[in-house]
Design a binder for this molecule. Structure first.
Ligand code: DX5
Ligand code: ZN
Length: 217
């Protein structure tokens, strides 16, 4: 699969979200970080903002839920217009039921792992998912340094995906930039979230194209 670049609007200007979404048209997905100040120590946006964003851009929305009680909320983000919904396995009481619910509502179902959460206990769940997100920073904030120690987990996850012959996408999020994206791609990631590396650039759309070229090596 060709590399996909998903700019994270966490690094955008929240007072100009529609324009900031348009500034990265040509990106594969727009990554929307939902934080509740409980699962992570930061607070961002919720269902009404996702609804408005879905109307403001043709780029599909990749909603990353960093919230407690994901079982209760995830389907509301599908109804709000998300094309992909990622819940954290640490915040889901019933991940299989939740993934099935997201798919049944018509979105891609994705599960995220914090840096300290191993992939191995979840091997049997992989067929229930359309994407797996390996966090390469502790979730909560943009602009943090990439955790190199996550590269072996990315590699092991790619091996599991291949072993089972799955179509599952493998996403990385946190500290992805021109200086780290090649390592992620080499380890087996194929969907790359980039916040500060895109919105911190003078030309965000050009930054997306440059990252994609780098990831495709
Ligand atoms: C962090 C968020 C990320 C964040 C990444 O918890 O999940 O999506 O926006 O930002 P950068 O690319 O700056 O590390
Ligand atoms: Zn994210």
């Amino acid at each position: 699969m060709a590399a996909q670049i998903n700019p994270s609007i966490l690094s955008a200007d929240f007072a100009r979200l529609a324009e900031e979404a348009k500034a990265v048209e040509g990106a594969d997905w727009l990554h929307v970080d939902v934080m509740d100040n409980h699962f992570v120590p930061n607070l961002t946006l919720g269902v009404p903002v996702v609804e408005s964003l879905a109307r403001a851009t043709d780029t599909p929305l990749d909603c990353h839920l960093m919230i407690e009680d994901a079982d209760r909320w995830a389907s509301q983000y599908v109804e709000a217009g998300a094309g992909s919904v990622t819940f954290h396995v640490e915040a889901a009481a019933a991940p299989v039921r939740l993934a099935r619910e997201i798919r049944a509502k018509g979105a891609r179902a994705s599960m995220a792992l914090r840096p300290a959460t191993p992939i191995e206990p979840y091997e049997d769940l992989l067929p229930e998912l359309d994407m797996l997100l390996i966090m390469t920073v502790e979730p909560g904030f943009g602009g943090q340094a990439f955790l190199d120690i996550m590269l072996p987990k990315i590699r092991r996850t790619r091996e599991l995906i291949n072993k089972h012959g799955l179509e599952l996408w493998l996403q990385v999020d946190g500290g992805v930039s021109a200086s780290t994206i090649e390592r992620c791609a080499e380890a087996g990631a194929d969907v790359f979230v980039a916040g500060s590396a895109v919105y911190g650039a003078a030309d965000p759309a050009q930054a997306v194209r440059a990252l994609r070229t780098q990831a495709e090596g």
